[in-house]
Design a protein around this ligand. Sequence first.
Ligand code: NDP
Length: 333
Amino acid sequence: NRQVIFVKRPEGLPKMDSFAWREEAIPTPGEGEVVVRTVYLSVDPYMRGRMNDTKSYVPPFALGEVLQGGVVGRVVASRHNAFAEGDMVLGMLGWQDYSRVNGKHLRKLDPSLAPKSLALGVLGMPGLTAYCGLLKIGEPKAGETVVVSGAAGAVGMIAGQIAKLKGCRVVGIAGSDEKTQYLKDECGFDETINYKTESSMREALRNVCKDGVDIYFDNVGGSLSDDVMQRINKGARIILCGQIAEYNLEKPDLGPRPQTLLLIRSALMKGFIVSDYAHCHDEAIHDLAIWYREGRIKNRETIVHGLEHAVDAFLGLFRGDNIGKQLVQVSDF
Ligand code: NDP
């Protein structure tokens, strides 16, 4: 059983020396436990936060322990009466080939309803984040202009597509022409900006948001968000979903302070964690599943094959390697 171990807290951008390999025997289940073979690992930006030894909404990763993340896997042995060999399950499990876990921490998946990997994407945490952030904080109305940063990632791509479903005009900001093209051609975004090649974001935003910005779904933060903030309208809603541009900073980045803009435009800026909206998750999954089935929300994944490439796939999030949800396929079904 190969395992990815967290061995050193990174300073700045993580490097390979924060991770090591260990191998141990394939586990067997105790009473009430299940052994799951990893099929898909979810690779997520929030894991960077868990690598710091600071208090947050989830505890930090412990040094010397197996990394942990969202996993879709297959039950290979069970001593829990709700699970049988062959069941597909979802859980927060280790970055390893096999995990031994109490059955109460697993959710059974019905593979006849949707592709199994969707439980880590459109029909999982990223989909819930996009849905709850946009609809419960943003409360979009038809005709409004919605700007999404990190727009070609797992959360951003879904947030933008939901905004389109609600009749909004959607502007996506992403880091390559391939991404912006995809957002326009496949996801129906009205306008896009490649922030890596654009010489002036302020001017680009002026051009594509002539009537200002009513909702900003922020996955990125930093100077890019400072530029979007300049264009917010009266009554704008700023959804603070992620700040990936800040996660690897060694010193805090003190940009312009947005408070005066929020004040004079009577705007709302609200941060949230997807679990704050647990009471809306059933409704969200219900709607997302319908939209997905009807083809009104497109799913896109970037899949890296092999547990040995999982760490690099994680580092790739900060290079912008992924379009849509970044997954690692560890084994076949
Ligand atoms: P993504 O699939 O969007 O992957 C990360 C993307 O961020 C990259 O592909 C890259 O795309 C972009 N990026 C990386 N570094 C930078 C940078 N310095 N400046 C601008 N863009 C950058 O990840 P997720 O969809 O899973 O997550 C998106 C955001 O939402 C993250 O900030 C994450 O922490 C947050 N999040 C928040 C949750 C919550 O409960 N509030 C839950 C889940 C996620 P590009 O090529 O465009 O640069």
